[in-house]
Write a protein of this length. Structure first.
Length: 187
């Protein structure tokens, strides 16, 4: 006759969603700040194409985006009045960094305060007529409209800097500019 041995009792401790996301938030904000620090002191209207945003406006948009985490986690509906919306259009690197730091702090605080159940709540963006422009769970909004959106525009800004012969910092390892010894070795 077979004797069954008692199974060991497993203790499972689940990490809160916010605790899984905060290290990524911190790393991406640090990478973004490194890039913003490379902006020229006085921003220009440079743009690589007629349909592109000017450098000043693009850098302002990148500085605004971390604050969308606060909008995502503190509201269920955001009403956007496009007729009266005035985007942040900085003129100096100092203005960009100050706005970025302010929005990063607010976004991180909102993410750090989020409970697991908050991530499934549907978040909506509406216009002043009440029309829904988009609606999605906060988790999808945070990922798509905050993090991926910011990383996308950060990459665009990196191209602007490269086209203006400004050295780039590495994001996920050294950049070509930081690898000068490698480039010289290959020549």
């Amino acid at each position: 006759m077979l004797t069954r041995l008692p199974l060991p009792r497993l203790e499972i401790s689940l990490m809160a969603i916010r605790d899984m996301l905060l290290p990524e938030f911190d790393a991406e904000m640090a990478n973004t700040r490194k890039l913003l620090e490379k902006l020229p002191e006085n921003l220009t209207d440079y743009k690589p194409h007629d349909k592109s945003m000017p450098m000043s406006r693009l850098s302002g948009h990148v500085a605004e985006l971390p604050g969308w985490a606060k909008e995502t986690f503190t509201k269920e509906v955001l009403v956007l009045d496009m007729d009266n919306f005035v985007p942040f259009d900085p003129k100096t690197r100092k203005e960009v960094l100050a706005k970025f730091d302010e929005n990063t702090k607010a976004g991180r605080e909102a993410l750090a305060a989020a409970k697991d159940e908050d991530f499934g709540v549907v978040w909506s963006l509406k216009n002043t007529k009440g029309d829904t422009i988009m609606a999605m769970p906060r988790a999808a909004c945070y990922r798509g409209m905050v993090m991926s959106h910011m990383i996308h525009h950060r990459a665009q800004l990196g191209v602007y800097l490269r086209l203006n012969e400004i050295e780039l910092p590495g994001m996920y390892g050294p950049s070509a500019d930081e690898m000068k010894f490698w480039n010289e070795k290959q020549a």
